[in-house]
Design a protein around this ligand. Structure first.
Ligand code: A3P
Length: 322
C-alpha cells in the first residue's frame, strides 16, 4: 500500500509495516495506531500533525468521528465566531457559507493541512484559529493537550453514524464494486473496525475529558443540537468565551446563525450541490438527510439490538445515553 503513495515519508512507511492492518469497506486498509483504526493512507498526515502542530492558546479545534455531523458544526462554529463580520441579512458582506463549503472554511488538520504538507505555514489563519480533526483524544499532539486551546467534540448515535457512513461509502466507492451489505459493515463497526474506531472509545475518551476538564473540552451531541439548537448554540458561545449579548439574543442573531447553517439552507446552495470539494469528494455527499433515527429505515430490529448491546456494555456507568 505504501508503494502507491510516493510521498509517504520513510518514517511513515516503516511504521506502517509494523502495524496491524485490516481491509476496510470505505478505505483500502485501516491500521491500528495508538489503539485506534486509522485509514492507512492518512497516517502520514496524522504523524505530521502530531509532530509539528503548535497549538496557540486561542485555538479552537472541532473533533468528531466521521459522519457525526462535522460539516454542520464546522458551519455553526464558523458563523458563530464570525458573526460580527457576516450576517445572513447583510448583502454588503456576503456570508462565506453562501459560496464555500464548510470544509473549505474550517480545514481538517490531519486529513487536509498536514496531509498535503509536512509542516504547513498556518500564519495566514487569523486568531482565533478554527480547525478540525478526527484524532482520538489520546492521540492529539502534545501541544493541544498542554495548551489552553479549546476542543469542541460532537458525537452522534452510533446507529445513525453507521447508516450515514454506509451511504457515504456506497457513493464514494467505484460503482462497479457494488453496494456493501449493511450487516457486514455493522459487524465490523460493532467490533471497533471503523474509521478512527472503536467508535465507543473515541466518544468515551472525549466524554471523560470533558467531565475532567469542562473548560477545555465541550461535549456536544447531534441529537441535542437537533432537539434544542438555541440552547446548544448558546452553550457553545459561552464555552468559547463569546456569549451572545442581550441585544443579540433579542435581534435574531442566534436564529440567523441556525438558519444559515440549517440542513435545508446549506444543502440547497449551489456550491454544495454541484462542486467537488477540497476533500476530493462531491460536496453534496456531505448532505444526505440530516435526521435523527434514520437508522430505523435501514436496519432490522435485530441489527439495532446488536449495536444497543455493545453500547450498553461500553457506555455502562458513563452516563452516556443516545
Ligand atoms: P446523514 O447521512 O444521516 O444524513 P459529517 O459531516 O460528519 O460527514 O456527517 C454527515 C452527516 O451530517 C450526514 O448525515 C449529513 O446529512 C448530516 N448533515 C450535514 N449537514 C447538516 C446540517 N446542516 N444539519 C444537520 N445535519 C447535517
Amino acid at each position: 500500500f505504501c508503494d502507491r503513495d510516493e510521498e509517504t515519508s520513510q518514517a511513515c512507511k516503516d511504521l506502517l509495516i509494523s502495524l496491524p492492518l485490516e481491509e476496510d469497506w470505505l478505505v483500502p486498509t485501516l491500521c491500528l495506531y495508538q489503539g485506534f483504526w486509522f485509514p492507512s493512507h492518512l497516517l502520514k498526515g496524522v504523524l505530521a500533525f502530531q509532530n509539528h502542530f503548535q497549538a496557540q492558546p486561542s485555538d479552537i479545534l472541532l473533533v468528531t468521528s466521521p459522519k457525526s455531523g462535522t460539516t454542520w458544526l464546522k458551519a455553526v462554529l464558523f458563523s458563530l465566531l464570525n458573526r460580527a463580520k457576516y450576517s445572513d441579512l447583510d448583502s454588503q458582506q456576503p456570508h462565506p457559507l453562501l459560496t464555500q463549503n464548510p470544509h473549505d472554511l474550517v480545514p481538517f488538520l490531519d486529513v487536509k493541512l498536514y496531509l498535503e504538507q509536512e509542516n504547513p505555514d498556518l500564519a495566514a489563519f487569523a486568531s482565533p484559529r478554527l480547525f478540525a480533526t478526527h484524532l482520538p483524544f489520546s492521540s492529539l499532539p502534545r501541544s493541544v493537550r498542554d495548551s489552553t486551546c479549546k476542543l469542541v467534540y460532537l458525537c452522534r448515535n452510533p446507529k445513525d453514524v453507521l447508516v450515514s457512513l454506509w451511504h457515504f461509502t456506497n457513493k464514494v466507492k467505484a460503482k462497479e464494486k457494488g453496494q456493501i451489505p449493511l450487516p457486514e459493515c455493522l459487524d465490523k463497526f460493532s467490533r471497533g473496525l471503523s474509521l478512527y474506531g472503536p467508535y465507543w472509545e473515541h466518544v468515551l475518551d472525549y466524554h471523560k475529558a470533558s467531565s475532567e476538564m469542562p473548560g477545555k473540552v465541550l461535549f456536544l451531541m447531534y441529537e441535542e443540537m437537533t432537539e434544542d439548537p438555541h440552547v446548544q448554540l448558546r452553550r457553545l458561545a459561552d464555552f468559547l468565551g463569546c456569549p451572545f449579548s442581550e441585544e443579540e439574543l433579542k435581534d435574531g442573531t442566534v436564529e440567523g446563525i441556525l438558519r444559515m447553517c440549517s440542513f435545508d439552507n446549506l444543502s440547497a446552495l449551489e456550491v454544495n450541490k454541484s462542486e467537488k470539494g477540497s476533500l476530493g469528494v462531491e460536496n453534496k455527499w456531505f448532505f444526505r438527510r440530516g435526521e435523527v433515527g434514520d437508522w430505523g429505515n435501514y436496519m432490522s430490529a435485530d441489527m439495532g439490538k446488536r449495536i444497543d448491546s455493545v453500547m450498553e456494555e461500553k457506555f455502562h456507568g458513563s452516563g452516556l445515553k443516545f
